[in-house]
Design a protein around this ligand. Sequence first.
Ligand SMILES: [Zn+2]
Length: 448
Amino acid sequence: MLKAILAIGVAAISLSGVDGQGTPDRMTEKGESSIKDPNLECQPYLYEPVASALASFPGIWSGATIVDGDTNALAKWAAIQPNVPDIPPKGTLQGNFDGLNYGSDDPDCWWTNTKCVKPKASGIPEDIWIMPEPRTLGYGFDDGPNCSHNAFYDYLASQNQKATMFFIGSNVMDWPLETQRAVADGHEVCIHGWSHQYMTAFQNEDAFAELYYSAYFFDGPFPIIKRPKPYGIIGMQAIKLGAGVTPTCWRPPFGDVDDRIRAIANGLGLRTMLWQYDSQDWQVGVTPDITSESVDHEYQLMIDDAKKGMFNTAGTIMLFHELDDYTMSEAMKWYPKLKESFDHILPVGVGYNVTQPYVEDSITQPNFIQYTSGTGSTLLRNSSNTSPGSTVTTGSTTPGGITEVRLDDTVKKTGDAARLGLGWNGGASVVAALLLGLAFIFFGLSAH
Ligand SMILES: [Zn+2]
């Protein structure tokens, strides 16, 4: 009888995410997503699958390197390495490029230098930085998951608005349930590096690790995808890190990318997504001259350009952040005006008809027509499990003389090579797992 009551209790918590006393269950995505108090949201929690796996990852918020003995990562890197152009690392990881003797002809297509988006090395697809369809805004947010994002995600859900979320690997480790919420809410999840440093400064192998381990995490237990029934406290103890989703897109921190880094990302099946307009929202409180007024000004500038018809041939992408409460509140404040100014606001991949946003075909997302007609505005599970083969382009749009970006020959076909690191090491002892769990709590607390 007691067992039955307990089982019912656990099931109730799992279904609602909240127990009878209104205490959220901080071990499930549902429970975590139900929290309204930002202070509670940002109290670190122990999520066992992550705590147990820490030894298989680089240190959280440290520059990534291939973990000792990670044969999967080494094999993957060995396969990619021959295709990486011989370009030396630039400057420092903090973005100091002083004294760098770099050719004015921009031989490496270094975005930081010239905003170059068309690789000069062969075999690498062009970056995505605008939207192919007119009067369309590619809507994306960097630097998440932020622990206090529930109000923002609730708002997006209330507007039935999906976006592209560029998540930092270390943030994902700190806030795994917030990561799961993005997937559960139907957002398109992409990668934004492991430690959020200037990518062109990394040595080859470390740049690979920055992307590889960020993607690797997503190979984790997303209940919405793999678990037909809600799992609770008991079920969690049985979870192995198994098949999940692996992103096929990334955005370089600070936009810092050149052909060397593009080649590494491409080898991992990651399409590079940049932007055309910069809200500068992340710089408030960081850069003395940037204030909330100047951020408003940047939003307004893009809206004015929309009014002038600048996007009547091709749409655009603006850089926004899930970095803190300010950047998220700014996004909510401006959303109604953006809605007035554009015909369509959608995840970047939707604008390019990327119907299979992850390597695995367990999830599809609507194409442009489906999304904008409202017939496919929610995340779709692919129950047939057949290869969708539906990553198509609009075909007709070649905006403003810009070479049309075709994803069908790049993302989809490189995707098979991006089945990233299955080397979940279940051999760690219980004691080690507990110690790691404690370390997780402490490091999680001191991460920011
Ligand atoms: Zn960033």
